[in-house]
Write a protein of this length. Structure first.
Lengths: 244, 251
């Protein structure tokens, strides 16, 4: 076999003139993290709303939430990103469409919105499951105290539901980080894209992918540890694994 | 075959009609010209890849789950490392890894002095099998752990050995209990196969995208592809839900 290993490649200058290959990969990692965090904000906001709607007594809220979840869960994320990136600007009124196409950093915004919406459906499923897992008595107790439905959710149900679904939400966040790599197809300069760039410039395929792999693993470990710390700090005493 | 073609044709013109109704300047012609290519080239590839990767992935995943639960330290480490590694990497990166790595592995395995030509489909199949096996392994582990210990103990008490206990008592029940979850993972896999787009393969999305680029009809082709993906995944998930209810009743 005739593959020429060159582990020093990371410290060589990349032809882009912006620094070493290591810097190239780290800038990719940075975009991965920023995109994932921004998309997570959207996913949490929409996902919590839709998830709560799924548990409301109103039939219409329920149906809307169900349709939302099915719509975003049953289309591959890659196709969803193409719809946002290629199709949406053509369907909007002409001036808006052109403005969207000329947006600086368009792949980033599209990736944030597209991944955010796609992930919102998965978050909604988890949040709804969390609320439904609470005993019915908790809702009734809220009403008995004279709280409105909104207040019951705000003060009684959601604080417990979010704690319960923290572990599955963590794995959804991990999925989101991984899914940012799909956005390389619309030109987001994230970590996998940068590993590809490095491979194309230097022909050092395996060094480039090894570095990306290690960076993804580290990112995963950090998120898992962070989530565990968060779980511990918000644990409710007397509940499963919830401290003293 | 003719029946399938005319049924699909009717179905496609129905979808095109609805899309034309919703979007005034939707060019239905490009879909009418290309749908046979999309289904008989693209969807065939997608379904074949999904099916083979599911079967092989479940087989390999079961082996890994058994290793994980074997209690033999090196096997446990290997299985844990395998599932953790693959589950923390994005599929796109894994696709690229194997696309470049397999020619070298092949050359090494067959003692050739030059990287082997693997072929795009084989490369995709190996990638998806190995990648999904990590997810199937976790599902099978949960399935095996859901079987009461007494059952395996009863098997051993009857004089069955490990292999007999697993193949005749534990695994059949684990499969049955986990069938809905396994199928849900298959739906995920079906959607994930669209990522072979990054290797420019002609799966369903790849075919749609090739026509879209050639004829400058991105809106039409991508919307049509999205509708088809939605219909297939959604109807499969409805089936899984029905199955889940039936399995639940039996238990």
């Amino acid at each position: 076999m005739n593959y020429n290993w060159n582990w020093g490649i990371y410290w060589q200058q990349s032809p882009e003139g912006t620094g070493t290959y290591a810097m190239l990969l780290l800038s990719g990692l940075q975009w991965t993290i920023i995109t994932a965090l921004c998309a997570w904000v959207i996913a949490l906001a929409i996902g919590s709303t839709v998830g709560v709607m799924r548990t409301l007594p109103s039939k219409w809220a329920n149906r809307f939430a169900g349709a939302w979840i099915e719509l975003f869960r049953n289309i591959p994320i890659l196709v969803q990103l193409f719809l946002w990136f290629f199709v949406l600007p053509e369907l909007l009124p002409k001036t808006m469409g052109t403005a969207l196409k000329q947006l600086p950093n368009a792949p980033f915004y599209i990736a944030v919105v597209g991944l955010g919406f796609a992930t919102s459906a998965r978050v909604a499923v988890q949040v709804a499951a969390g609320v439904k897992s609470l005993p019915r008595g908790q809702t009734m107790a809220g009403y008995a105290l004279g709280l409105s439905t909104a207040q019951t959710y705000q003060h009684v149900l959601l604080p417990m539901a979010f704690r319960i679904v923290l572990p599955p939400l963590t794995s959804e966040f991990l999925n989101l980080i991984k899914n940012t790599s799909v956005a390389l197809t619309i030109g987001l300069l994230e970590l996998t894209f940068r590993a590809r760039t490095m491979q194309e410039y230097s022909f050092q395929v395996f060094e480039a992918f090894t570095a990306a792999t290690v960076l993804y693993l580290i990112l995963n470990v950090l998120v898992v540890f962070g989530a565990r710390a968060l779980e511990r700090s918000v644990a409710v005493p007397g509940y499963m694994g919830g401290g003293k | 075959m003719d029946i399938i073609i005319s049924f699909l044709g009717f179905f496609v013109s129905l979808i095109v009609g609805i899309l034309q109704f919703l979007i005034p300047n939707f060019d239905g012609d490009v879909v009418n010209r290309s749908w046979q290519y999309l289904f008989f080239e693209g969807m065939r590839f997608t379904l074949l890849l999904t099916l083979l990767a599911t079967v092989l992935g479940i087989a390999l995943g079961t082996v890994i789950a058994l290793m994980r639960l074997s209690g033999i330290a090196p096997l446990v480490w290997f299985a844990t490392g395998y599932t953790t590694l693959f589950r923390s990497l994005p599929l796109v990166l894994v696709i690229f890894w194997f696309y470049f790595l397999l020619p070298y592995i092949g050359a090494w395995a067959w003692g050739m002095d030059r990287p082997m030509t693997v072929g795009a489909f084989n490369s995709a199949l190996v990638t998806f099998t190995l990648f999904e096996a990590a997810y199937f392994a976790e599902i099978m582990r949960a399935g095996i752990q859901s079987i009461p210990k007494g059952q395996a103990a009863a098997g051993h008490a009857l004089g069955l050995n490990y292999r007999q206990v697993m193949t005749t008592i534990v695994l059949p029940q684990a499969f049955r209990n986990m069938l809905p979850v396994l199928l849900t993972q298959t739906i995920v896999l079906f959607q994930d196969t669209s990522l072979v787009y990054v290797l420019a393969l002609t799966d369903f999305l790849g075919a749609a995208s090739k026509v879209a680029q050639r004829d400058g009809r991105l809106v039409e082709m991508y919307l049509f592809a999205a509708v088809i993906y939605f219909i297939v995944s959604f109807s499969l998930s409805l089936l899984v839900k029905r199955l889940q209810d039936r399995v639940a009743i039996i238990r």
